[in-house]
Design a protein around this ligand. Structure first.
Ligand code: A4P
Ligand code: MG
Length: 216
């Protein structure tokens, strides 16, 4: 079932809960996006121009988190806005997770989403910040890794590797965060993460091994 007719409904959960998974649709959609991008680049090279004015839909994966206020409501808000702004392709289950990091804070609801968008990375980041602000997030009064109403991270943007001030893609903590890899693996287990050259499921297995080794 394609999701571009609107976002799925979220409800508060304490256990992993499947909202909508489309194992057969997702790989096909992403394959065609990559194919279109590949053809566009080939044509640009043949014609000797930097880029063609073709608006390609880029496959992007997002991490979504909330641990303040109406957590499920904030996730729902994010999905609703994303489905208006982009093609919402798939959404993982929503899981309640223990807070990670140096700051004492409440439990999170975490999920991952696959979208397709024409927005370039910077514009997408700005759009995500606008969605966060509409959920009451105010970065001027918060600590890094501290509690937040809504956090939207760009985990992967097509095959791009970006390391610029204010924008790092793939997200620099992706491979260290179970709350990111588990939902992402539900919707994109075989995705090879650019720059890391490993699949999402491979990164999750490596993290699980490292964590179980650390606890021995
Ligand atoms: N920025 C750079 N690259 C990106 C990107 N790929 N996506 C910049 C999004 N933003 C990116 O981000 C700080 C700045 O990073 C932004 O202004 C943006 O320009 P932020 O969202 O304000 O800060 P943050 O979220 O505290 O930092 P970061 O590095 O995204 O950390 P995390 O991993 O999101 O940590 N525990 C659980 N269980 N679940 C959680 O969701 N989240 C955090 C926050 C801590 N513990 C958690 C969770
Ligand atoms: Mg973040």
């Amino acid at each position: 079932m394609p999701l571009n007719t609107g976002a799925p409904r979220i409800s508060p959960v304490s256990e992993p809960h499947t909202i909508s998974l489309m194992p057969s649709v997702v790989p096909a959609a992403f394959f065609y996006s990559f194919l279109l991008d590949f053809l566009r680049r080939g044509l640009s090279n043949t014609l000797g121009v930097d880029s063609l004015p073709v608006m390609v839909l880029h496959p992007v994966y997002l991490g979504i988190g909330s641990n303040l206020g109406d957590r499920a409501g904030h996730l729902q808000h994010a999905l609703d806005r994303l489905s208006e702004l982009t093609q919402l392709v798939a959404v993982s289950s929503v899981r309640e997770t223990e807070p990670v990091g140096p700051i004492e804070q409440g439990q999170y609801l975490n999920a991952a989403a696959a979208i397709e968008t024409k927005l370039p990375p910077r514009q997408l980041l700005e759009a995500l910040h606008t969605i966060e602000r509409a959920s009451g997030r105010d970065r001027t009064h918060e600590k890094r890794w501290g509690p937040r109403t809504l956090d939207l991270d760009i985990l992967v943007y097509a095959d791009r590797v970006i390391d610029e001030p204010g924008l790092t893609i793939p997200h620099p903590c992706l491979h260290e965060r179970r709350f990111v890899l588990e939902p992402l693996a539900e919707i994109a287990a075989e995705l090879i993460v650019p720059g890391l050259h490993q699949t999402v499921s491979g990164l999750l297995t490596a993290l699980e091994r490292a964590e179980s080794g650390a606890s021995l």
